[in-house]
Design a protein around this ligand. Structure first.
Ligand code: NAD
Length: 366
């Protein structure tokens, strides 16, 4: 269990800095009231770095991350700035670069429906009454996001074309499947592995390896679903899912679907970790340029990402639970940011105010 922790804080673009400021309030409580020694140092990433360093991933940021125990990340992307997406890739050069550099192959997102905000889910009451509690395990350093890709010109056909390559080796699939089974063993003992093995060779390999890993965990039930069917079943019957295991690209899409059905992308945190418990913790959503600087973004995913940092990197399980409970309590008391408000009886609050309320509740818990 770590009491001391050095965090590299990368607020990034758009709503990143606004929601990060709310996580700082929680860190302040943890240091002053819970006697942890968390130190934070900020670094630039994304478009905010581009302005100052002419790169989206400055060396100072990379060194800062290397010298830390964990990274707390906001989000990247700002349409208002000029960026040549044909020549460069903001995501590949910054976020994906960090994932690869620190071997953060395991992404964990826990989509749990808070009963007090059921109304902000787009699903029907009879579906929600059965509850939603899904852990989405996504492979994060392989697959099509890291495979060979290019935009090229075909002289014979006189036309431009582009390609991306989905590629997995057995070891990459094995290690992520093994983690998913370990997590499922401690939960409801049910894994749904998602692939497209009726079409893709990479998915055939994926399915074979997952089946092999399942032999080590006879108590865990394994189901396989094609991705097109999976997205339907998650909407129609989310309570039938416990742990979902997917490749990088399928997990990217499915975890956003999980965020939508629990009410808002602003509620879903994410942990990307390696074998040594070094991790990058971030909200599942992006930089939300449409609402930046309006003080209306939901800071809960950022605060819960910090909670995941306490759980996975610092092994401070009890304090992490207290943060989660404080969020739950704020929601039970009726406080809502704009994305999760649904009735006139609820107490609308700004980004700042939500941060204040959750940190005050956390102080009371001590
Ligand atoms: P987005 O997640 O930024 O926004 C999608 C929708 O969700 C928007 O309506 C937005 O207002 C809303 N939303 C997101 N977070 C919210 C919050 N905390 N509170 C309330 N509402 C919230 O996705 P997008 O619009 O597809 O992408 C915007 C930019 O973010 C792009 O540049 C994209 O590349 C980038 N992006 C970054 C990350 C990341 O940093 N990890 C992830 C996804 C997208």
């Amino acid at each position: 269990m770590l009491k001391k922790c050095k965090i590299a804080v990368l607020p990034g673009d758009g709503i990143g800095p606004e929601v990060m400021n709310q996580a700082y309030k929680i860190i302040d409580v943890l240091n002053k009231k819970y006697f942890l020694k968390i130190s934070c140092k900020e670094f630039l990433v994304g478009h905010s770095a581009l302005k100052e360093y002419n790169t989206v991933m400055p060396l100072s940021t990379i060194y800062g991350c290397e010298e830390s125990n964990a990274i707390l990340f906001g989000s990247i992307g700002d349409y208002s700035l000029k960026y040549d997406y044909r020549k460069n890739s903001l995501e590949k050069e910054s976020l994906l670069f960090i994932r690869k550099k620190f071997n953060l192959f395991c992404n964990i997102r826990h989509a749990k429906l808070y009963s007090s905000i059921k109304d902000s889910s787009p699903l029907k009451k009879n579906i929600l009454d059965k509850g939603i509690d899904i852990v989405c395990i996504r492979e994060l350093t392989g697959g099509i996001y890291f495979g060979n890709s290019k935009i090229k010109y075909d002289k014979n056909m006189n036309i431009e074309y582009a390609f991306d390559t989905e590629r997995y080796n057995k070891q990459e699939v094995y290690r992520i499947a093994d983690i998913a089974f370990k997590i499922a063993k401690k939960r409801r003992k049910h894994i749904t592995s998602i692939d497209k093995s009726n079409v893709l060779k990479s998915s055939i390999l994926w399915r074979e390896v997952v089946k092999n890993v399942s032999h080590n965990y006879p108590e865990v039930k394994l189901n396989n679903l094609y991705v097109d069917n999976a997205v339907m079943q998650i909407i129609k019957n989310p309570s039938s899912f416990d742990v979902i295991l997917c490749s990088n690209i399928f997990g990217d899409i499915i975890s956003d679907e999980c965020a939508a059905i629990i009410g808002s992308i602003g509620m879903l945190p994410s942990a990307s970790i390696n074998e040594n418990k070094f991790g990058l913790y971030e909200p599942s959503g992006g930089s939300a340029p449409d609402i930046k600087n309006l003080n209306i973004a939901n800071p809960i995913a950022q605060i819960l990402s910090l909670s995941m940092l306490l759980k996975y990197t610092m092994n401070q399980i009890e304090i992490s639970k207290k943060i989660d409970d404080s969020v739950n309590e704020a929601l039970k008391l009726g406080y809502r940011t704009k994305d999760i408000i649904s009735s006139s009886h609820e107490n609308y609050v700004s980004t700042e105010k939500m941060g204040d309320i959750i940190s005050e509740i956390l102080i009371e818990k001590k």
